[in-house]
Design a protein around this ligand. Structure first.
Ligand SMILES: C[S@@+](CC[C@H](N)C(=O)[O-])C[C@H]1O[C@@H](n2cnc3c(N)ncnc32)[C@H](O)[C@@H]1O
Length: 226
């Protein structure tokens, strides 16, 4: 399978999932999310992963002055909660249908920018070195390619200012076997592989939590320019 074929399949499969029941595939805890419960679950994610970690994330900045990026925003579950905290939010997703649904849910929020991407880069966002924080959860665990994930990490490096944090989750259960055409079960990372990817892409992998488990969280800080 070529990279182009793989990216096309990711977009098609996630479009189908989004048309069938986007909110279920975004968060499989429930089949029948109400608006209120769905967006409350996004606030819970942000409470757990962001509001507990504001020292690393804000580094003394006022959140309302910060520009943040989310990779794999789905139907806007977490994006909405991010928009309640940060001054400017950019979010990308490979699925046009997910972006359509997120756009509907976040309509009227002038400080939120939703962009469909090609599944491996952030070429739709040109303002290099201007982002203060980047975040991604339950996205890379679905991507069946180390090269695609590493390319996103390089792209986030391009967009962040020196010293800023990219906090993201990967699959840490290395017993999981993914295959190139499966867009549900992605590749898994050992701790050594997570460290190697950071170093390949110009980040310091300062903290890592949950190695060996599905929710393996990585704190990558962009190294200051030398
Ligand atoms: C399980 S959902 C999670 C959505 C969101 N992060 C949340 O927590 O609510 C995974 C999302 O990742 C997106 N996705 C999958 N592969 C992607 C890729 N290669 N590039 C960008 N987005 C991708 C899917 O379209 C889907 O919206």
């Amino acid at each position: 399978m070529t990279l182009d074929e793989q990216l096309k399949k990711m977009a098609q499969d996630w479009d189908l999932r989004a048309k069938e029941n986007a909110r279920y595939y975004v968060n499989t805890e429930r089949q029948d999310w109400t608006d209120e419960e769905f967006f409350r679950s996004g606030r819970r994610t942000v409470e757990e992963e962001i509001l507990t970690d504001m020292t690393n994330i804000c580094q003394g900045r006022d959140p309302k002055q910060m520009k943040v990026l989310e990779i794999g925003c789905g139907a806007g579950r977490v994006t909405n909660a991010l928009s309640e905290i940060f001054g400017e939010v950019w979010a990308v997703d490979v699925s046009a249908e997910m972006i359509r649904q997120a756009t509907g849910a976040l309509a009227g929020k002038q400080h939120v920018h939703l962009v469909q991407c090609n599944g491996t880069d952030l070429s739709g966002i040109t303002a290099s070195g201007t982002f203060d924080f980047a975040f991604s959860t339950i996205v890379f665990q679905h991507i069946p390619s180390y090269a695609v994930i590493e390319n996103y990490v390089r792209e986030v490096h391009r967009l962040l200012r020196p010293g800023a944090l990219f906090k993201f989750q990967v699959q840490g259960d290395t017993s999981i076997q993914s295959s190139p055409e499966d867009t549900w079960l992605g590749v898994s990372f050992s701790d050594a592989r997570a460290v190697e990817m950071a170093e390949n892409c110009g980040f310091e992998p300062r903290y890592r939590h949950g190695a060996g488990q599905q929710y393996f969280w990585l704190w990558y800080f962009k190294k200051p320019a030398s």
